[in-house]
Design a protein around this ligand. Structure first.
Ligand code: TRP
Ligand code: SF4
Length: 328
């Protein structure tokens, strides 16, 4: 039986954090044995928002790949590559740009939201409007049948299917499949302040975070707002610290919940315990990171072999697509 092919990508805009691990990477790692996986560093997509200040782009790319590997994404099982190193992404992106009605993009909810919400960057560019068209090209270049993503990406997947259908119907052959989303359960991990975990809220724990810094950050976490005094019974179900326990030490989480409800444990003590759990959880990942960082050559080699594997398929698809528009 042929394995189903999947593709996913991440934008190298900064250090990866626990949210990336719980929201995406652990899912990739689960999928890598069942599917033929392509995992891509979406550097063109990162440049779309970081073009005014791209200094860190290159170091972020390598740094993110190191995090993927340290967490357990396996270069033996998956094809790991950098989007901009496979030129066909832009070629297919351009063909799709030609056939994608402007209205589809202007109506895209993620586009409208980003224009409204993202501060400090001018995203009203021609390129940024085409963000989902490039994403469609990423996916369809490999004819991926499924795409592991979070809920926020669903509009892009819908557009990808619409673009595939439009291409197939214009040129009267089913060249591109309709890729489904493999939804990642919306990340159960909130930021340290209880809002969505995001670098721009400054509420994250990076995978590479220094242990002392982890302790400081966890010490400052919000707890059950109704528990004012140490003697007040707590509500673990309303406490962000407790949801961290559930994820990183599920068994201990039950005991903590009981003790919290009976006011047998104080929040300071509880957070201290959590801090050690998170430090220990990240220790082997950080150890692996350390080793990998020392062997840059190995990372570059693995990305080169990823590029080669990806290119074989990309070239084939582009030839097919160009033939359809009579350019081959
Ligand atoms: N847009 C995705 C994000 O911000 C990243 C991405 C780029 C992607 N190309 C992709 C995800 C292709 C899945 C498939 O998270
Ligand atoms: Fe939250 Fe722990 Fe405090 Fe209970 S004891 S409210 S679980 S931090």
């Amino acid at each position: 039986m042929h394995k189903k092919r999947i593709l996913s990508g991440m934008r190298p805009t900064g250090k990866l954090h626990l949210g990336h691990l719980v929201g995406a990477l652990d899912n990739w790692i689960k999928l890598q044995s069942e599917y033929e996986c392509f995992f891509m560093v979406a550097d063109w997509h990162a440049l779309m928002s970081e073009y005014e200040d791209p200094q860190n782009l290159k170091s972020n790319i390598i740094d993110n790949v190191i995090d993927w590997l340290a967490c357990g994404v396996s270069p033996e099982k998956c094809t790991i590559f950098i989007q901009s190193q496979v030129r066909e992404h832009l070629e297919l992106y351009f063909i799709f740009s030609i056939i994608t009605p402007l209205g589809w993009l202007e109506r895209c909810p993620t586009y409208k939201e980003q224009l409204r919400e993202v501060k400090g960057r001018d995203l009203s560019t021609y390129g940024f409007l085409g963000y989902p068209v490039l994403q469609a090209a990423d996916i369809l270049l490999y004819k991926a049948q499924a795409v592991p993503v979070g809920e926020d990406q669903l509009p892009h997947l819908e557009l990808t299917r619409e673009i595939a259908r439009r291409f197939n119907s214009l040129y009267k052959e089913k060249i591109f499949p309709e890729a489904e989303a493999l939804l990642t359960k919306s990340s159960r991990l909130m930021g340290l302040d209880g809002r969505k975990m995001s670098k721009s809220y400054n509420n994250v724990i990076a995978l590479s975070e220094d242990p002392q810094e982890i302790r400081n950050k966890i010490k400052g976490m919000f707890t059950d707002p109704q528990r004012v005094r140490r003697s007040d019974p707590g509500h673990p179900e309303k406490c962000n610290v407790h949801s961290y326990f559930s994820l990183f030490a599920p068994q201990r989480a039950q005991e903590i919940a009981q003790a919290c409800r009976k006011a047998e444990i104080g929040c300071t003590e509880c957070k201290k315990e959590l801090a050690e759990i998170v430090v220990n959880f990240l220790a082997p990942i950080q150890q692996k990171r350390q080793e990998l960082s020392q062997d840059r050559r190995k990372i570059l080699d693995l990305l080169e072999s990823g590029r080669q594997r990806a290119s074989v398929i990309a070239e084939e698809t582009i030839r097919e697509a160009k033939k359809k528009v009579n350019l081959e």
